[in-house]
Design a binder for this molecule. Structure first.
Ligand SMILES: NC(=O)c1ccc[n+]([C@@H]2O[C@H](COP(=O)([O-])OP(=O)(O)OC[C@H]3O[C@@H](n4cnc5c(N)ncnc54)[C@H](OP(=O)(O)O)[C@@H]3O)[C@@H](O)[C@H]2O)c1
Length: 343
């Protein structure tokens, strides 16, 4: 189909277009007049992207996406996906904290990114934007307070398999720079998107809304960086269009205590706020119980040692670099949750 219908203009390739980030990015790019191509693995998943466009009352723009069946682990399929491509946003990834997914994480996130980088070099792509994560940022030394883009990764410190895979993926992107590719890496915190209409969603940050809607009783006093999806796509586009290259940027609007985010979601959804403080001892008990339960009943792990630790860790991230580079003013995350509840 692509061969018969060659585009007059070069296009922007988006991987992960059926996911939270990719679908919103596709909409943002089309609204900005870009010609976009997205890859899919399962034709039924395209419906998810369509639903996102419909949610924002932009269903007509959905037809402008040029869909190509491809897998980032399948090199021949990428050959077709890269025809007439000028810019690449690589959002596709496996997000999992289940220790059983260690190999799949390494394969999809590291090998898949290596494939994307190799094609981008071979096809002389103008700029490659890689969606990484704050999980791939470094570890604070005892005298440091804020994790920045320069904080060193300490391999001696414990990291989740997901974090290791995103860090490994970044290494592939930096290898691309050595081989002449111009890149941008963004490291978003927890990305908040629209509130799911269903009560059984277990994907990404949407799970947070669903858990609260289903009466989550516990809160923790750990914190992390949060950002609204609209800021992620806006900044990614600004970065790729700018003269900035070969830099990474932490994207968080604010460092927020989990209890405060959960309370805002509960208030917006008009459900009871989580009222039981789960301290580190309790969270460690929970992940061990979950590990036992999942082993005995062949269930997917819902809480692991890494996610339990993250829930009470107090990591502070700095967003100064992006603010200085682009003059970014972030949306207030609490306000954003209130706004998306009206969609
Ligand atoms: N969500 C967050 O809070 C968050 C925070 C920080 C960073 N990130 C990063 O942001 C990026 C996007 O995350 P997201 O929340 O949009 O994830 P998501 O909703 O889970 O979407 C993941 C996307 O990757 C695609 N994918 C996975 N394996 C693939 C493969 N082998 N070949 C082609 N496509 C593949 C999926 O396609 P299918 O539909 O076919 O499965 C889906 O489109 C990821 O790189 C993630 O690490 C996310």
């Amino acid at each position: 189909m692509i061969y018969q219908n060659r585009y007059l203009y070069k296009m922007v390739l988006v991987t992960g277009g059926t996911g939270l980030v990719g679908s919103h990015l596709l909409l943002h790019l089309i609204e900005n007049g870009e010609n976009v191509r997205a890859i899919y693995r399962d034709i039924n998943k395209i419906q998810k992207t369509k639903s996102v466009f419909e949610l924002y009352k932009k269903a007509d723009l959905f037809e402008r996406i040029n869909w190509v069946e491809a897998d980032i682990l399948d090199v021949p399929s990428l050959e077709i996906a890269f025809i007439d491509i000028e810019y690449v946003y690589h959002c596709a990834a496996l997000i999992s904290f289940d220790p059983k997914d260690e190999n799949a994480l390494r394969k999809t996130n590291i090998e898949g990114t290596a494939n994307m980088v190799n094609f981008s070099i071979a096809k002389e792509i103008k700029k490659f934007c890689f969606v990484s994560s704050i999980a791939a940022l470094g570890d604070l030394a005892p005298h440091e307070t804020y994790i920045t883009e320069e904080t060193d990764w300490n391999p001696e410190k414990p990291h989740s398999d997901y974090a290791i895979s995103k860090y490994g993926a970044e290494m592939e992107v930096w290898r691309g720079v050595q081989e002449g590719l111009d890149i941008i890496i963004i490291n978003p915190g927890v990305i908040l998107g629209p509130i799911p209409k269903t009560k059984n969603c277990d994907q990404g940050s949407a799970e947070l809304y669903v858990k609260v809607a289903n009466g989550l009783p516990f809160y923790t006093l750990g914190n992390t960086g949060f950002i609204a999806i609209s800021d992620v796509v806006k900044i990614s586009y600004e970065l790729i269009k700018s003269d900035i290259k070969n830099e990474r940027f932490t994207l968080i609007a604010d460092n927020i205590v989990f209890r405060d985010i959960l309370n805002t979601i509960a208030d917006v959804l008009k459900v009871k706020r989580p009222s039981i403080h789960a301290n580190s001892l309790f969270m460690n008990f929970l992940w061990i119980a979950d590990a036992l339960f999942s082993t005995l009943f062949f269930q997917k792990r819902r809480l692991t040692k890494a996610t339990a630790k993250a829930s009470y860790s107090k990591n502070l991230y700095s967003n100064e670099k992006i603010k200085t580079a682009l003059g970014t003013v972030f949306l207030d995350v609490h306000q954003y949750i209130k706004e998306v509840s009206k969609l």
